[in-house]
Design a protein around this ligand. Structure first.
Ligand SMILES: CC(C)(COP(=O)(O)OP(=O)(O)OC[C@H]1O[C@@H](n2cnc3c(N)ncnc32)[C@H](O)[C@@H]1OP(=O)(O)O)[C@@H](O)C(=O)NCCC(=O)NCCS
Length: 156
């Protein structure tokens, strides 16, 4: 086993869609529905890829405003590899690269159950933030992108 973390590392859509499905308990999105390679190339400051040998075990996307603010999005670790420090290291790499890019602030939002991960393990301090659920399926107390609840998740 050799863990490797790479800022803006190469990845394929299929492997990120599979990792996303495993981490967030959704179905596996197809490349024509969710093209991470194109989206990150066009819109992200960067992303971190974690591999154990060749297997993709973790991924985090860093989006930004082009200058001062960046946001952690879609932190995901393969459930088989939870609690190996991979999530913490993904975020640490993102913090380092974002700082080096000259950004002033790195944001994240999360549910209460992940406070010990983002606050204690990764070092985010609490701040005021706001959130509006834009689609009615997010009002229900169901999982975010669950197959049953999310219209963007038709069965393939
Ligand atoms: C959240 C997630 C990225 C953490 O990845 P990980 O590699 O398991 O995290 P680490 O091993 O670096 O954890 C470091 C510490 O954070 C805390 N932590 C990690 N996962 C946690 C969880 N699910 N709940 C509460 N605390 C957690 C623990 O204190 C842990 O230390 P410990 O293992 O010594 O107890 C991973 O559980 C995941 O992919 N979850 C599903 C997707 C998700 O919810 N992503 C976040 C969206 S905001």
């Amino acid at each position: 086993m050799s863990l490797r973390f790479e800022w803006r590392g190469a990845f394929a859509n299929d492997e990120v869609n599979e990792l996303h499905a495993a981490a967030f308990a959704t179905r596996v999105f197809r490349e024509d529905e969710w093209n991470w390679v194109e989206l990150t190339a066009q819109q992200s400051l960067g992303w971190v890829v974690a591999r154990d040998d060749r297997r993709l075990v973790g991924f985090v996307n860093v989006i930004w405003d082009g200058l001062a603010h960046a946001w952690i999005q879609d932190t995901m670790v393969d459930p088989r590899d939870h609690r190996r420090g991979i999530g913490t290291q993904l975020v640490a790499e993102a913090v380092s690269a974002t700082r080096q890019a000259g950004c002033e602030w790195l944001h994240v939002d999360f549910d209460d159950d992940l406070r010990s991960f983002y606050s204690d393990a990764c070092g985010f301090r609490p701040t005021n933030a706001g959130l509006i659920a834009l689609q009615e399926w997010f009002q229900a107390p169901t999982n975010r992108l669950s197959e049953e609840s999310h219209p963007r998740a038709p069965r393939s």
